[in-house]
Ligand binder design. Structure first.
Ligand code: NAP
Length: 238
């Protein structure tokens, strides 16, 4: 896909992986809508990226755990640029605690953000993506394949996301919409507030995940990379 003149919407794009994806898309000449819940961050990051990169960058504040925000976000994106070519469902939260400690509210927050938010943004975007034969790229996780203690909410959301993404792919392939998933292992961001002293130099960088997104988008119409799994080459030995 030649990204010049394309419109890409990235959720959760003020920090970490989402921000790196937005930078990579804008750097490749796409017009980008960045979104997150904290309006001051959205305004600042949109201004910074719009100034720094070739593509135009606009910020829209939205909470993807709220279905009405998902519809508004997609509509405002279409209104801003006239069409939508790529939706990157990246926004996600991780609240890690044993089932004995994890509240029902925290379990629901993860499901509503990481799973229902992807459904609602994608559902709203489908009519727009049909007319551009566009792309949905969901940022999953290796936690969608490998359960761990403390992950009863997070694992559930990311395991569910794999099934939902593949079902969406089968629903939409004959409409010309390609649905793909990137599943990273540990990435050096502040996700879940988890940021040990000295960082996590051994982990993937957010830019590595952004490179996978650009790689997926580089394939011609007849080819569809539906899933990319990626992990640090040399994680610390347990
Ligand atoms: P991050 O650094 O914590 O950034 C999360 C971004 O999402 C922020 O911009 C945040 O801004 C936004 N966000 C959070 N909840 C939101 C909501 N309800 N609605 C809209 N935006 C929301 O996280 P990250 O590490 O980049 O993670 C991004 C994605 O990658 C997530 O889906 C995560 O599950 C996945 N992932 C991460 C790792 C990792 O090790 N970091 C590994 C595998 C997969 P606001 O707080 O202002 O909304």
């Amino acid at each position: 896909m030649d990204l010049a003149g394309k419109t890409c919407l990235v959720t959760g794009a003020t920090k970490g992986i989402g921000r790196a994806i937005a930078e990579a898309l804008a750097g490749a000449g796409a017009d980008v809508v960045i979104s997150a819940r904290t309006s001051s961050d959205v305004e600042q990051v949109a201004t910074d990226l719009d100034y720094a990169f070739l593509g135009r960058v606009v910020g829209i504040t939205a909470d993807v755990s709220r279905p009405e925000d998902c519809s508004r976000l997609v509509q405002e994106t279409a209104d801003a640029f006239g069409h939508i070519d790529v939706l990157v469902n990246n926004a996600g939260v991780g609240i890690l605690a044993s089932i004995e400690e994890l509240s029902v509210e925290d379990w629901e927050t993860q499901i509503h953000t990481n799973l229902r938010g992807v459904f609602c943004c994608s559902k709203a975007a489908v009519p727009h993506l049909k007319s551009t034969e566009g792309w949905i790229i969901n940022i999953g996780s290796l936690a969608g394949r490998n359960p761990f203690a403390g992950g009863s909410g997070y694992n559930a959301s990311k395991f569910g996301l794999i099934g939902m993404t593949e079902a969406m792919m089968l629903d939409l392939r004959h409409s010309g919409i390609r649905v793909s998933m990137v599943m990273p292992g540990s990435v050096d961001t502040r996700f879940g507030g988890d940021y040990p002293e000295g960082g996590r130099a051994w982990a993937l960088g957010a830019g590595d995940v952004a490179s996978a997104v650009l790689h997926i988008l580089s394939y011609p119409d007849n080819a569809h990379v539906s899933r990319v799994e990626m992990r640090p080459s040399r994680p610390p030995k347990k």
